[in-house]
Design a protein around this ligand. Structure first.
Ligand code: ZN
Length: 88
């Protein structure tokens, strides 16, 4: 089974907080190895989570995934405009 980018995005928050099933985690990791867009999104999302999480209990806002998806679309456009170049 091949994981598409949009599927990876759905799993990113779970990926970051370690709640993915082992096989899903493996698929996401494999995808991230060869997909610059998702790697960039993962980095951005991690930054958002750091800001969001603050020093409180790791807890996502109710509308987090809605906002995350909007953010992901913006990132996607940006990443495409940058011709896929990703730092690091
Ligand atoms: Zn991807």
């Amino acid at each position: 089974m091949v994981l598409e980018c949009k599927h990876v995005w759905e799993h990113i928050s779970g990926y970051l907080d370690g709640s993915l099933d082992a096989d899903v985690l493996e698929m996401v990791q494999k995808h991230l190895e060869h997909c610059e867009i998702c790697s960039a999104i993962l980095d951005s999302t991690r930054n958002i989570l750091v800001l969001t999480a603050d020093d409180l209990v790791f807890e996502l806002p109710v509308n987090f995934s809605e906002r995350l998806h909007a953010r992901l679309e913006a990132e996607m456009n940006q990443t495409t405009e940058r011709d896929g170049r990703v730092d690091g």
